[in-house]
Design a protein. Structure first.
Length: 46
């Protein structure tokens, strides 16, 4: 499953949520987690 498929699946549950619990907030968390993950060297994990 990719992120778009997950969003399509969960979107109905987030339609009427407040700003801190809607998909916009989820997008910010994903962006932050991706940035943090990209800042680490991954070669040592292989």
């Amino acid at each position: 499953m990719n992120i778009e498929e997950v969003e399509a699946f969960v979107n109905p549950d987030y339609v009427n949520k407040d700003i801190m619990h809607n998909l916009t907030h989820i997008h910010r968390i994903i962006k932050l987690a991706t940035a943090i993950g990209n800042s680490y060297e991954h070669n040592h994990l292989i």
